[in-house]
Design a protein around this ligand. Structure first.
Ligand code: PMP
Ligand code: GLN
Length: 386
């Protein structure tokens, strides 16, 4: 018989909602991916690399050009001092990076601290690796943790803490004080932090992304995970990065070598080129997205919806009860996609226990017409709730 953790799993909410959106011909503001095809120059670099570059196995930890480009990107944008030779590994997306971290760092019975709402891949992977989850729950509209909450979940058995920052689905970035508090707990309990920072470049206005790795005591106990898919709005590319001290990198590589071994060389070289030539993009991309976020927020507000501020990611959340929606998030999302032709994601899907059922997540990385029509359809969906 198959493994019980997996037989009991539902299909991910992203696949369910995108499937329903296709079936119903609905506007898809659910799964997070942009409408636009992504930067042409980087796609051109990939095409050139397919025709003229190497198409055989690249080196297991990634091509040197990309590992160097990742280290120098993080030095420039986040003032980190990573040695590309011993501290950077290229993976097939952040998803593989997470799997490497969980498989190689968890021993059966180790406790793993996670914050709900959490990205849906974490928990099944942690459990399969033998980890015992200790869940802390964040609440809208601030979605913050505090000392009491951390005291409730950390223990002498804590091996890892998983932090997604900026946080999907809440669209928030953790403040420096909160990160310092978490760092204090990691040091006190000798825990390693797995930092899923795939949204690090998708932050708006005055919001600053702060890597936990840069906080006191964290340099040697952090695994920092990034994704070119999010950096360059090419979500299907699945080129991820694992950054950690040499001792941790060595064991992460042992997992990576038997998960995928390598990642397509042409995409790696295109991402390396992109990292070296994209300073304009890293300004323009968040500015364009912020304009889309504002358009969606304004449209929804005009229709009487109440939105929760979005500082980062592709997402804007609706406070359903405050918006006059009298049913739970899952029921409303199903109604919206089936009866009104617009898909969103119920935030309760990101909880294992005591879910927040009052918030719907919408992806605004879409063209203006799509967002405007999405607002009209959401309004219709609300009218349909009796
Ligand atoms: N972590 C988070 C928080 C995400 O939102 C996503 C996807 N958007 C991933 C991991 C997966 O990244 P990738 O596509 O690079 O595997
Ligand atoms: N990260 C994307 C989101 O949150 C979805 C990725 C996926 O479909 N697995 O929408």
């Amino acid at each position: 018989m198959a493994n019980a953790i997996y037989t009991a799993l539902p299909t991910t909410i992203f696949t369910v909602m995108s499937g329903l959106a296709r079936e119903m011909g609905a506007i898809n503001l659910g799964q997070g991916f942009p409408d636009e095809p992504g930067p042409l120059a980087i796609r051109q670099a990939a095409a050139d690399a397919v025709i003229n570059g190497n198409n055989q196995y690249p080196p297991m930890p990634g091509i040197p050009e990309l590992r160097e480009a990742v280290a120098s990107h993080y030095a420039r944008f986040q003032r980190l001092d990573l040695d590309w030779r011993t501290e950077v590994t290229v993976t097939s997306g952040a998803t593989e990076a997470l799997a490497c971290a969980f498989l190689s760092l968890i021993s059966p019975g180790d406790e793993v601290v996670l914050f709900q709402p959490m990205y849906d891949a974490y928990l099944p992977m942690v459990r399969r690796a033998g980890g015992v989850p200790r869940l802390a729950s964040l609440q809208p509209p601030h979605w913050r943790f505090d000392r009491t909450m951390l005291e409730g979940v950390f223990s002498d058995r804590t091996r890892l803490v998983v932090l997604n920052n900026p946080l999907n689905p809440t669209a928030t970035a953790f403040a420096a004080d909160d990160l310092a508090l978490l760092a204090e707990f990691c040091v006190r309990y000798d825990a390693i932090a797995i930092c899923d920072e795939v949204w690090e470049q998708v932050v708006f206005g005055n919001t600053v992304h702060r890597p936990l790795m840069a906080f006191p005591g964290m340099r040697e106990r952090t695994v920092k995970i990034g994704s070119a898919g999010k950096m360059f709005a090419l979500t299907g590319w699945k080129v991820g990065f694992l950054c950690a001290s040499p001792a941790i990198t060595e064991v992460l590589a042992k997992a990576h070598q038997f998960l995928t071994f390598t990642t397509p060389p042409n995409l790696q070289s295109a991402v390396a080129w992109g990292l070296g030539n994209s300073d304009d993009w890293f300004t323009a991309m968040p500015a364009d997205l912020a304009a889309s976020r504002d358009r969606l927020a304004q449209g929804l507000t005009r229709e009487g919806f109440v939105v929760i501020p979005s500082q980062a990611t592709y997402f804007l959340n609706i406070d359903l009860p405050a918006s006059g929606v009298t049913e739970g998030d899952m029921a409303f999302c199903l109604r919206a996609v089936k009866e009104a032709g617009v898909a969103g994601i119920p935030v309760s899907a990101f909880y294992e226990t005591d879910p927040v059922t009052t918030v719907m997540r919408l992806c605004f990385a879409k063209r203006d017409e799509t967002l405007d029509e999405g607002v009209r359809r959401l309004s219709r969906a609300r009218d349909l709730v009796s």
